[in-house]
Design a protein around this ligand. Structure first.
Ligand code: PEP
Ligand code: MG
Length: 579
């Protein structure tokens, strides 16, 4: 049994067999074994070769007389490699001499051969590199258990273990079978973590070398509440976790009972609790969890699982579906926030050296006007169906805001010409998620109807800490005094300008930060739906006076450590069972 500590990013407990997911550019970690284990590794290697050969000779395409000749040729080449004794000997020698696992020996040998082939100028030979990678994948599949290729066809419950998961991969998991996620990399506000939370899959990230410890088929416990992953737990630990999981489910059940009750403090102040969503079908879940509307619709997720750009109709259908769930309640549609860790890196461009400081979000839209206008048309068309608002992300200066608004007006004119209806008075807001926007909030406030503070990016940019990098995750904190000062400024400037202000970053769903945000004057929070009941419970347990006192005290503290421990103590007193 091995216990690993990481960062809890999505609550809940799961106990299931591990599936280790590889990623194309990820090497199998070098893992050594004891000398006595070498013989077992060599046997595993033999079995993997045998199974790979059986698989290939059993392939329909290979057997089928009608199969295309080139497919048969490819399989024949693969078989020749797999039957090549010198290849197997080479891999066996590495296991023997370096005392490493079979998967490491396979991966390192085949990748060396592939690299060698790809350098040869004869194209017939250089193209064989792809075959070698294919053979590597095939052997690894037999060594590691199921890999990414057949994650789409799961038939029983699993925990996915990976070095790193992209938001696209995470969003593609089948919730019925994927019961937990555990990754070496990542941070609390990385987008994959956000997707896991919105799907309600327990997840722990920043486990550093978990993939070196787990093999496909190992039993793994993911404790998404405490940020712990246990590999091959003993019977006693499994029994303890089963009990704990039951207790947690009971608490969740009890909190779900709050659905019909308002989010109102003990001294009668009504707080608006909205949901953050990534996919249209999540709107129903927000409603089920008692949300008052949608405070952040991350529309870039329309780009997920789709090899082509969404059309205006795709956008419109997604928005109309969401509006139909919340007809008379607010829905804040955020324009595309592509870039950085969201897709454009792999889909469109040569990688940027600093993607989070590069062409992302509103900057990307302003340079891709055709794509931007398609989305704006769809949002405007959906605006007649309900209480739709539009929000521009990552605004860093007034010119950007003016430009975005000008393009919105152009699109309105186009719709006028085509006699297509839209809400001319659709509220326009921005995300305040860069220090520059926070520091110029007073001037930006004159040109918008609302602000929503994106604490995920605001924290990243204020503290110069990558939100998804586990190596600096201890430096990433939204309650750092520098971040809190910016948040306070934005709230004050919004209040002076009499525009609406909300918080939609992950800080709004952090039970330890809620009292502080209320005490700083926030009355609208937008958060992942699974957290809505717990946050409502906290709101219903406090008075605004208590929150004000707490915020006054916190703003006098000058270290993150003092602030977080002060907030933890306060939260524990209010909802002990949640901690
Ligand atoms: C944020 O940055 O706080 C935010 C809500 O946006 P995202 O997490 O999608 O970047
Ligand atoms: Mg953001």
């Amino acid at each position: 049994m091995e216990i690993k500590k990481g960062i809890a990013v999505s609550p809940g407990i799961s106990i299931a067999k591990a599936v280790v997911v590889d990623s194309e550019d990820y090497r199998i970690p070098r893992r050594t074994v004891t000398p006595s284990r070498r013989i077992i590794e060599i046997q595993r290697l033999r079995n993997a070769f045998k199974e790979a050969i059986n698989e290939l000779t059993g392939q329909d395409a290979f057997q089928n007389e009608m199969a295309q000749k080139n497919v048969k040729d490819i399989f024949a080449v693969h078989l020749r490699f797999l039957r090549d004794r010198s290849l197997r000997k080479k891999i066996t020698d590495i296991i023997q001499s370096e005392s490493v696992t079979a998967e490491y020996a396979v991966s390192t040998t085949l990748r060396d051969i592939a690299a060698h082939f790809s350098k040869v100028s004869d194209t017939y030979i250089s193209e064989r590199a792809a075959d070698i990678y294919d053979i590597e994948r095939r052997l690894l599949k037999h060594l590691l258990g199921r890999t990414r290729e057949n994650i789409d066809h799961l038939t029983d419950e699993v925990v996915i273990v990976a070095r790193e998961l992209s938001p696209t991969q995470t969003a593609g998991f089948n919730k019925d079978f994927v019961k937990g996620l555990a990754t070496d990399a990542g941070g609390r506000t990385s987008h994959s973590a956000i997707v896991a939370r919105s799907l309600g899959i327990p997840a722990v990230v920043a486990l550093e070398d978990l993939t070196e410890t787990v093999r496909g088929g190992d039993i793994v416990i993911v404790d998404g509440n405490r940020g712990i992953v246990i590999v091959n737990p003993d019977h006693e630990t499994i029994a303890q976790y089963r009990d704990y999981s039951q207790e947690f489910l009971k608490l969740e059940h009890r909190l779900d009972g709050l659905r019909e009750k308002p989010a109102v403090t003990r001294d009668g102040v009504r707080i608006k609790l909205l949901g953050n969503i990534e996919f249209p079908d999540e709107a129903e879940i927000v409603l089920e969890k008692g949300g008052d509307g949608i405070g952040l619709y991350r529309t870039e997720f329309l780009y997920l699982n789709s090899p082509t750009e969404p059309t205006e109709e795709d956008h419109y259908k997604a928005y109309a579906e969401t509006v139909s769930v919340f007809k008379h309640r607010p829905i804040v549609i955020r324009t595309l926030d592509l870039g950085a860790d969201k897709y454009t890196q792999s889909k469109r461009f040569a990688p940027e050296p600093n993607p989070f400081l590069g062409l992302r979000s509103i900057r990307f839209c302003l340079q891709n006007l055709e794509m931007f206008k398609i989305q704006l048309r769809a949002i405007l068309r959906a605006s007649v169906l309900g209480e739709v608002k539009i929000m521009f992300p990552l605004i860093t200066n007034i010119q950007e805001l003016m430009q975005a608004k000008m393009i919105l007006r152009d699109v309105m004119e186009d719709l006028d010409e085509e006699s297509i209806k839209y809400n001319r008075d659709l509220p326009i807001g921005i995300m305040v998620e860069t220090p520059s926007a926070a520091l110029t909030a007073a001037s930006l406030a004159r040109d918008v109807d609302f602000f929503s503070i994106g604490t995920n990016d605001l924290t990243q940019y204020t503290l110069a800490v990558d939100r998804g990098n586990e190596l600096v995750s201890t430096l990433y904190s939204s309650v750092d005094p520098a971040v809190l000062r910016l948040i306070r400024t934005v709230i004050q400037d919004a209040n002076k300008a009499r525009i609406d202000i909300s918080v939609c970053g992950e800080m709004a769903s952090d039970p330890e930060s809620v009292m502080l945000l209320l005490g700083m004057g926030v009355r609208t929070l937008s958060l992942a739906s699974p957290m809505l009941p717990e946050i409502k419970q906290i709101i219903r347990s406090v008075t605004i006076e208590e929150c004000n006192t707490l915020a006054r005290k916190v703003l006098t503290l000058n270290s993150e450590r003092q602030i977080s421990s002060y907030l933890r103590d306060a939260a524990r007193k209010i909802l002990p069972e949640a901690f």
